[in-house]
Design a protein around this ligand. Structure first.
Ligand SMILES: Cc1cc2nc3c(=O)[nH]c(=O)nc-3n(C[C@H](O)[C@H](O)[C@H](O)COP(=O)(O)OP(=O)(O)OC[C@H]3O[C@@H](n4cnc5c(N)ncnc54)[C@H](O)[C@@H]3O)c2cc1C
Length: 320
């Protein structure tokens, strides 16, 4: 892992082998992850393009999901993993996630003849703007640029505007980063306003109501500053599957009990992570010249340690 200033000066580098052998970074392209998970299911289990519009409880205690195409599904149990704008979370009484004051533009540089980047995670710190990149295969390099913006702004999908905005943000930064952005096809630029939702005990609704439960960003949207949102969604799934297995094997544990227990097991993991990710983001996005100088000349080169910095990625669970 390498940390650099915007002019390309190396501030600090770590080798996992030397610092903490239990840690490693694995870059997984979202599409590959989804295809791998989907490939484990029997054929035709997934119904694509089934967008939920509303949700309601029927008289026989089933949950009715009404879809955008006017069809509906009556479900005995609902495991809602429908992202930050989840209509199911809304129905359960969760407020919309809050915008945290910075946005990210990200993409994947494509190099059909082989990508030139070393197998390292590189972070580049500027004033109110930071970037990162790492190879995800022999021909692809993932990158992001995170920047302050007082409002989320309008939804921009025009790739030429996104490319222009990105280039403006990292103008004159290191040539590695600029080359990766240049090698990114238009359709791979995505701009996301970053949001989170703090699940205050006693104030936030629980993760489940009856036989409806939330998983992943639908329940606990967090900013990507610790790189944990997707990982936590996977952890949720493992814990929930275990709880459901116990309910199915037992005469005394109901599905509702399993969902409630999942909520209590997962809350102590995800609530502190949500707060920590938010605070780390606020710190890293500071644009005050004095703070940035302190960060680049003292905190990153002298104080940061790899083990404690990545300790939050450790997660122990019972095998399924
Ligand atoms: C810039 C950025 C960088 C990130 N980096 C990392 C990282 O390094 N590591 C990490 O672990 N996480 C990272 N994350 C977070 C990660 O992307 C999310 O936490 C993760 O995708 C959450 O998974 P999910 O399945 O809960 O939700 P999503 O991935 O959002 O999936 C939700 C699904 O629900 C569907 N859906 C939405 N609305 C409806 C509806 N009405 N009806 C039916 N279906 C619907 C969507 O189409 C989608 O398929 C990052 C996020 C951002 C923005």
């Amino acid at each position: 892992m390498v940390m650099k200033s915007e002019d390309g000066r190396e501030l600090r580098s770590f080798r996992f082998k030397d610092e903490d052998e239990s840690q490693e970074v694995r870059a997984v392209e979202r599409r590959m992850l989804l295809e791998t998970l989907a490939s484990q299911l029997p054929r035709n289990t997934i119904s694509f393009s089934s967008k939920i519009r509303t949700i309601e409880r029927s008289k026989n205690d089933e949950t009715v999901l009404k879809l955008e195409d006017d069809s509906q599904i009556s479900a005995k149990i609902v495991i809602a993993c429908d992202g930050t704008r989840s209509p199911v979370a809304k129905w359960m009484g969760f407020p919309d996630p809050s915008y945290v004051g910075h946005c990210a533009i990200r993409g994947i540089g494509i190099y059909p003849d082989g990508q030139p980047v070393e197998p390292k995670v590189s972070y580049v710190y500027g004033r109110g703007v930071r970037a990162g990149y790492l190879p995800i295969s022999s021909t692809k390099v993932y990158w992001f640029v995170c920047f302050n913006s007082p409002s989320p702004g309008p939804k921009i999908t025009d790739p030429s505007i996104l490319r222009q905005e990105t280039n403006k943000l990292v103008q004159n930064w290191s040539s590695d980063l600029l080359d990766i952005i240049k090698s990114t096809p238009d359709e791979m630029f995505i701009r996301t306003p970053l949001v989170d939702r703090w699940l205050w005990p006693g104030i936030s609704p629980p993760a489940s109501i009856g036989n409806v439960v939330l998983v992943g960003d639908a329940w606990h949207p967090m900013t990507p500053n610790l790189g944990q949102g997707g990982c936590c969604a996977l952890e949720d799934s493992v814990v929930l599957a275990k709880k459901l297995e116990q309910a199915l094997k037992s005469r005394t544990i109901s599905v509702e009990d399993a969902f409630r227990s999942y909520g209590s097991v997962r809350w102590p993991r995800i609530f502190p992570l949500t707060i920590r990710a938010n605070l780390v983001g606020a710190l890293l996005q500071m644009d005050d010249p004095l703070v940035c100088s302190l960060r680049n000349n003292v905190i990153l080169p002298k104080l940061v340690q790899l083990g404690p910095m990545l300790e939050h990625t450790n997660f122990e669970f019972e095998p399924l």
